[in-house]
Design a protein around this ligand. Structure first.
Ligand SMILES: Nc1ncnc2c1ncn2[C@@H]1O[C@H](COP(=O)(O)OP(=O)(O)OP(=O)(O)O)[C@@H](O)[C@H]1O
Ligand SMILES: CC(=O)N[C@H]1[C@@H]2OC[C@@H](O2)[C@@H](O)[C@@H]1O[C@H](C)C(=O)O
Length: 373
């Protein structure tokens, strides 16, 4: 066992719903002690700032550019992360000196793997100064420099957890249904394959926001009252994303929400929930063996309509679907925990990504270390 460090992971995901903070004690290898978690939601005004950031980021050609309001938003975002760390330490009676490192994801505002361009807003040195804790940030860039897709990065963490899944049946597939979905397959010989699997909640969120003025479909209630519009579902599921030989990582804008003429509110939500579930199953066609077990993480596991569709589709493959909680994990904390784990791996110069996860040419480490002083 290597040196055990205490790390905090910070994730601000593509859904822009808030900052997740998680504590992990790990050696960056097989030893993982999962701990405390805190979700700090963004207020609507800041969500609007992030939406503006996504718009303004479209003109970025080099990753260090910060046109328009982006520099100011990056600073605001970083200060909010520092406050989230302070709140987390305070609530749990922890002293900052007990934390060895913070893993800081930042906010993805642009992701164009075909141009080897990925931009996460987040000022690591500022966060280190504000928190007084060393910070590892910008963990996707080195992967892209070495020919990788820059995502997904969580698979290294899923692989570390695989041995601890309650009632493990291999092959197991971890699925994260966030704004976008990604999956990690762990086979009997611990072969690991991972990729973005398709649209997740972000289409549903945009649909219900536009047509009902609410940020997401709580529990999948709206969807549960609708019918699947087959033509609309097919439009998404026949996208070249699913048939291309090469696995591509996704940008939030790669799949756009339907327009109002395509469906009424409940049918649209129902169809997009089905698309979220069917995309995952369709994407498993690229795996070497059909998974025996799916462990579902991320906010989408709380959408019962997605979960029912997923269970039905998986049953046709004789596979079982369980939530992260059923497997003994916290489905909200997984990505933040992963960023804590990856920060420790970065300090140890261990690989964050592998040819089987991002398509990178060889296993590579990544991340930049900002010391606290
Ligand atoms: N109770 C709930 N019922 C239905 N959907 C929910 C619920 N809670 C959260 N969600 C969905 O989950 C989304 C947030 O999921 P999550 O935090 O996993 O995404 P993310 O980390 O932002 O995205 P990504 O993994 O793509 O970076 C919300 O935007 C919403 O669509
Ligand atoms: C560029 C980027 O931020 N991608 C996210 C996004 O959200 C889900 C999916 O697309 C995944 O590939 C990735 O995040 C997770 C945390 C990852 O890298 O593993």
């Amino acid at each position: 066992m290597g040196k055990i460090r205490t790390a905090i992971g910070l994730m601000s995901g593509t859904s822009m719903d808030g900052i997740d903070v998680a504590l992990v004690r790990t050696d960056g290898e097989a030893h993982v002690e999962r701990g405390l978690f805190l979700g700090m939601p963004y207020d609507p005004a800041f969500r609007d700032r992030l939406k503006l950031a996504l718009e303004q980021a479209k003109s970025i050609r080099r990753r260090e550019e910060r046109p328009g309001e982006l520099a100011a938003i990056e600073r605001e975002l970083t200060i909010r992360h520092a406050s989230a760390v302070a709140e987390f330490l305070n609530r749990h009676g922890l002293d900052r000196s007990s934390i060895d490192v913070v893993g800081f994801h930042g906010q993805t505002v642009l992701h164009r793997p075909d141009e080897a361009l990925t931009v996460q807003l987040g000022d690591g040195p500022l966060l280190a100064r504000e928190t007084g804790i060393a910070v590892v940030y910008d963990m996707r860039a080195n992967d892209m420099l070495h020919g990788g897709q820059g995502a997904p990065l969580v698979p290294a963490y899923h692989a570390a957890l695989a041995g601890t899944v309650r009632g493990t049946k291999l092959p197991v597939c971890f699925v994260n249904i966030g704004g976008i979905s990604n999956l990690t397959y762990i086979g009997a010989e611990s072969a690991i394959a991972a990729y973005d699997s398709g649209p997740g909640n972000s289409l549903i969120d945009q649909w219900v926001e536009t047509h009902a003025g609410i940020p997401f479909d709580q529990g999948g209630m709206i969807a549960s009252e609708g019918k699947i519009v087959a033509k609309l579902a097919d439009r998404y599921l026949n996208s070249p994303f699913f048939t291309a030989g090469k696995r591509r990582s996704l940008d939030r804008n790669d799949f756009l929400p339907p327009n109002g003429k395509d469906a009424e509110l409940a049918d649209g939500a129902r169809t997009l929930a089905y698309v979220a579930a069917a995309s995952i199953i369709k994407s498993t066609g690229h795996l070497p063996v059909t998974p025996a077990l799916y462990v579902i993480c991320g906010g989408g596991r709380l959408n019962h309509t997605i979960m029912r569709d997923l269970a039905d589709l998986a049953a046709q493959q004789k596979s079982t679907v369980i939530s992260a909680e059923d497997a003994g994990f916290n489905g909200d904390a997984m990505e933040a925990e992963a960023w804590a784990y990856l920060a420790v791996r970065s300090l140890e110069a261990l690989p964050l990504t592998f040819p089987g996860t991002t398509g990178v040419r060889q296993p590579v480490s990544g991340g930049i270390l900002a010391r606290s002083r």
